[in-house]
Design a protein around this ligand. Structure first.
Ligand SMILES: N[C@@H](CCC(=O)N[C@@H](CS)C(=O)NCC(=O)O)C(=O)O
Length: 196
């Protein structure tokens, strides 16, 4: 299968690139910006990331990771199992409790037109993020989120941890740093980070 990833390493495209590296799949990388001509040519929505698989454009980093995991039977529990229901619960929680707060902070920092930004909201977002991450960290089974098996939500969680550092959110709990550092030491992660 032919894979082309649209989006810079500094965007949520990192998640897709890391997943492809974990699966040792060959891919082409187009490190474009949101709403760039290269991106609009494959997806009128203009949001990153997009993965084009044999000519079909797939949107949304979580949907793309889930497709790749299911298709290759790796980094996931099989669909329809109780473990998979728990895994999907983690995925949705990370999106609700971490990704959404980071994205709202980004919107009020540089995404929205300046006259629509409310910078004061960021203090509240940072506090909520810190409380959510602390509660979530206490529930990490270790060494991965769900114990011995690395799954899609580990990629999402580690990426949100990275994003929080670059967004100058409060420092993560020590236990989270240990968890994320082990993921960051994986050869597939190191290869992905080197793309930037
Ligand atoms: N839930 C989507 C969010 C996609 C998204 O908002 N991507 C950002 C870059 S990381 C973007 O393209 N923003 C441009 C915009 O919102 O117009 C995903 O995970 O792929």
């Amino acid at each position: 299968m032919d894979h082309t990833v649209y989006g810079t390493v500094r965007s949520r495209a990192f998640r897709v690139l890391w997943m492809l590296e974990e699966l040792a799949l060959p891919y082409r990388h187009v490190p474009c910006a949101p709403r760039s001509d290269a991106l609009l040519a494959v997806s009128a929505l203009g949001k990153l990331p997009v993965l084009v698989v044999d000519g079909t454009a797939l949107r949304d980093s979580t949907a793309i990771l889930t497709y790749l995991a299911d298709h290759h039977g790796q980094l996931t529990y099989p669909a329809g199992t109780i473990e998979r229901a728990r895994q999907d619960g983690w995925t949705q929680r990370i999106l609700d409790e971490l990704d959404a707060l980071l994205w709202t902070a980004a919107r009020h920092s540089f995404v929205l037109p300046e006259d629509q930004r409310v910078p004061a909201v960021k203090d509240s977002l940072r506090r909520e993020f810190a409380a959510n991450l602390e509660r979530l960290t206490a529930e990490i089974d270790g060494p991965y989120l769900m114990g011995e098996v690395m799954t899609v939500p580990d990629i999402l969680l580690c990426h949100c941890g990275n994003w929080a550092v670059s967004a100058k959110f409060p420092p993560a709990p020590d236990r989270f740093v240990t968890y994320a550092d082990a993921l960051r030491a994986r050869p597939a992660y190191v290869r992905t980070a080197a793309l930037g």
